[in-house]
Design a protein around this ligand. Structure first.
Ligand code: IPM
Ligand code: MG
Length: 356
């Protein structure tokens, strides 16, 4: 097969980790007879520096005309004082919305080789393996907002708003995902306080009533934050709105021992998706070789699985990552006694060697 992939390397460690993911895709291409055609485009701080805006129109056009998008990370202290809509992060939010990527899948599981990087006690015994399905283009991140001064008082507000169809489509994705996993969905909201959560719960219950094959539960977000630490193995699929999902997915990432291990897929209703690590651009370690490329490599595996329907190719990358970890190779963030520390590039090479 031939697939066109738009590549956004971004800022900080973005270019280093994306290079490793691209080389890994090329290795898969050689082995399985596919051709991946990469087109690099700008987004984030580098786009601000070169074009004046975080998301140039050209980038949107190339992404829309591609089969899929691979992204590193955006942002850094250099652009932290820019106005809200000119920050690198605004580019990320806009590309998600331009491509209609409403469903963000963030798996978090414990790789057995990394059990001692996981801060949770007895995690290995319970082996948590969960998927957060985060709504990605609604809620507070996209609602009406304003900062104003009246009578000498400065006020700012953001609105969290959801419509029935937005909730319905994301909850359905969660149910579909659960069917391919262990058949459980937990919908997370704050229905004891928020109207948008009450509507969320109403719609989720309707879908649950139509889906007797799925074991369904509701949970308040504050309780969920606690349960993720207390007993993460109870969860299979968690579905939640944008802001809650942002926070819970960072929390859940610790299950895998490091934010550097967590991939993500952002999907629309079509096969076009955007694949990026959950972690940020880590400007403090950019260029030092300390970055962990595994989350980006695993994101490339998700691209093969969800956008290109290349299941065995995706398995092959995921197995290679497990094998590399199993042989004791680590990047700095997951390093422990007796293991071999590798640079970002060396880790990418090891994974490729283990693609059989
Ligand atoms: C994430 C990030 C982004 C988000 C930021 C960088 C805008 O935290 O992907 O989780 O909030 O969605
Ligand atoms: Mg986040």
């Amino acid at each position: 097969m031939e697939k066109r992939i738009a590549v956004i390397k971004g800022d900080g460690i973005g270019p280093e980790i994306v290079d490793e993911a691209m080389l890994t895709l090329e290795k898969i291409g050689e082995k399985y007879g596919h051709r991946f055609i990469f087109t690099e485009v700008l987004m984030g701080g580098i786009a601000i520096d070169e074009t004046g805006v975080p998301l140039p129109d050209e980038t949107i056009k190339v992404c829309k005309n591609s089969d899929s998008v691979l992204l590193g990370a955006v942002g850094g202290p250099k652009w932290d004082n820019m106005k809200g809509n000119l920050r690198p992060e605004a580019g990320l939010l806009k590309i998600r919305s331009e491509l209609g990527l409403f469903a963000n899948l963030r798996p978090a599981k414990l790789f057995s080789a990394l059990a001692n990087s996981c801060p949770l006690k007895n995690a290995e015994k319970n082996a948590p393996d969960l998927l957060i399905v985060r709504e990605l283009i609604g809620g507070a991140y996209f609602g009406k907002r304003e900062t104003f001064v009246k009578d000498n008082i400065k006020t700012a507000y953001d609105t969290m708003s959801y419509s029935d169809y937005e909730i319905e489509r994301i909850v359905k994705v969660a149910f579909d995902m659960a069917r391919k996993r262990r058949g459980k969905v937990c919908s997370v909201d704050k229905a004891n306080v928020l109207d948008s959560s009450r509507l969320w719960r109403e719609i989720a219950h309707k879908i649950s009533a139509e889906s007797p094959d799925i074991e369904y539960s509701d949970m308040f977000v504050d309780n969920c934050a606690m349960q993720l630490v207390h007993n993460p193995a109870q969860f299979d699929v968690i579905v939640t709105e944008n802001l809650f999902g942002d926070i819970l997915s960072d929390e859940a990432s610790m299950i895998s021992g490091s934010l550097g291990m967590l991939p993500s897929a952002s999907l629309s209703g079509t096969s076009l998706g955007l694949y990026e690590p959950v972690h940020g651009s880590a400007p403090d370690i950019a260029g030092t070789g300390k970055a962990n490329p595994l989350a980006t490599i695993l994101s490339a595996a998700m691209m093969l699985r969800y956008s290109f329907d290349m299941q065995k190719e995706a398995d092959s990358i995921e197995k290679a990552v497990e094998e590399t970890l199993g042989k004791g190779f680590r990047t700095a963030d997951i390093m422990s006694d007796g293991m071999t520390e590798l640079s970002c590039k060396e880790m990418g090479e090891k994974v490729r060697e283990n693609i059989k």
